[in-house]
Design a protein around this ligand. Structure first.
Ligand code: ADP
Ligand code: MG
Length: 422
């Protein structure tokens, strides 16, 4: 292989020329520029690596979620039963705040592995940027100037506004860390037509109209070797305690989950620019309805609870029973169906885990529905987005709740589903 200079690769082939006796008298050499091929291979390798790390992180996060559901749930339950002046309250609060921190970390890993439940709606990116500007300014401090230049036209994308805010906050935090002596962060938005060639060169998805958000800083920049690793979870060049290496992994996961792409341009000493591309849509922005959280309420209905994780199951039972419900428990999908057939006339609601051994929650519901067409259901899962989407639960407007489930949220959701008009 011959190096054709900066960022170019060549493949050299030699074809020997022989005389009538078969002796080599000369050779023809061909040189092919295989830069594009090498780039594509590199992109593929990178994508596969991110996929593998994502699967690992998602798996750990899933199991962790079940454990945290039990910890947070039981701690909350104990607190609910305590008198206001109980001396143990402070300890319970410590357990809860540590568990919340762990839940936060789990959430980060789920975000990276694109297994977080997101709530996409048509939103104008310019509005999101305007809404988060003050917060960003506070985050980066007074020595750094924040300059925003927004596209004149609305940039409507299908996005979860909270997630996009998270992306901007993570990028701004990194930009701040790269400019310890102050500098400028420039945030711009624009609409762009991206053609086939552009998408190919960058290894992105389909050509079309995109919204581009870019975040530039005038900081220390980074070399090529660093830039290649920045989106990997736990990759950090910051000292212990300063960086977790999760900021850009979260950014990457969120952007991908929004069917977008992200690229970083940087050189040591010359600052850094992150450019995010999100597909534009044509529909308009809908006003989000404000939903005040109602206090948790109980009931006297009968719930068939199917959950294979023992800790989560007994916690859920304790919460529901504590608030007056009658609960029939099932340890997996098969057990759930058997119990459903036995107590069919009494059951008001199925509360089923989506992922269970033998028979999954979706199939339990489908089978139950053939027996009792109007039966109500609430799905739960610690492994949300992709599996649930695949099984069409969300598309059909069926209700689900993601783990770790807080007791208050569970009670509210159960009441909501039970109170739905058939
Ligand atoms: P953390 O900030 O915790 O280190 P991130 O995932 O947010 O983790 O970033 C990973 C690494 O990418 C950083 O440690 C740093 O080396 C590099 N990096 C990210 N953003 C910038 C930037 N704006 N300028 C220079 N380096 C950056
Ligand atoms: Mg960071």
């Amino acid at each position: 292989m011959t190096d054709l200079g900066a960022r170019h690769y060549a493949e050299t082939k030699s074809y020997p020329l022989t005389d009538s006796s078969g002796a080599v008298i000369s050779a023809i050499e061909t040189i092919t520029d295989i830069t594009d091929k090498r780039k594509l291979e590199e992109q593929l390798r990178q994508a596969q690596k991110m996929e593998a790390v994502g699967t690992l992180a998602g798996g750990v996060a899933h199991d962790f979620n079940n454990i945290l559901t039990a910890i947070i749930g039981y701690a909350t339950l104990s607190k609910m039963k305590m008198q206001a002046d109980d001396p143990q309250r402070a300890s319970i609060d410590q357990i809860l705040s540590s568990a919340e921190r762990a839940a936060h970390l789990t959430q980060s890993l789920l975000a990276f592995s694109r297994k977080q439940i997101i709530n996409p709606k048509p939103v104008n990116l310019n509005d999101i940027v305007k809404g988060v500007e003050k917060l960003l300014q506070r985050l980066i401090g007074e020595d750094i100037e924040l300059s925003t230049r927004l596209a004149g036209a609305d940039l409507v994308v299908m996005a979860d506004a909270g997630q996009i805010e998270q992306v901007l906050m993570n990028l701004a935090t990194n930009a701040r860390d790269a400019m310890p002596d102050g500098g400028v962060i420039t945030l711009t938005t624009q609409g762009l037509d991206l053609d086939e060639d552009f998408m190919k060169v960058h290894g992105f998805g389909n050509p079309g109209r995109y919204a581009v958000i870019s975040v530039s800083d005038t900081g220390c920049g980074m070399d090529e070797a660093t830039r290649e690793k920045i989106f990997e979870p736990f990759f950090t060049t910051k000292e212990l305690g300063r960086g977790t290496g999760l900021g850009l992994a979260i950014v990457y996961g969120i952007v991908k989950q929004h069917n977008g792409n992200i690229a970083a341009y940087s050189e040591p000493g010359k600052g850094t620019t992150f450019r995010m591309y999100l597909p534009l849509i044509t529909s308009s922005v809908e006003e989000p309805p404000a939903l005040p959280a109602a206090p948790p309420l109980g009931g006297t209905e009968t719930i068939l609870l199917a959950e294979d994780d023992k800790d989560v199951r007994s916690l859920t039972m304790a919460v529901l029973q504590g608030f007056g419900y009658h609960v029939i428990e099932a340890v997996d999908g098969q057990d759930a169906l058997a119990k459903f057939r036995k107590h069919m006339a009494d059951i008001d609601l199925l509360l089923v885990d989506v992922v269970m051994p033998k028979i999954g929650g979706r199939d339990v519901y489908d089978a139950a529905k053939t027996i009792r067409p109007g039966i109500k259901v609430l799905f739960s899962s610690g492994y949300p987005a992709d599996i649930i989407h695949k099984k069409g639960i969300v598309d059909e407007g069926l209700q689900f709740i993601s783990k770790p489930v807080r007791p208050g949220d569970l009670l509210r959701k159960v009441r909501e589903v039970l109170d739905e008009k058939p």
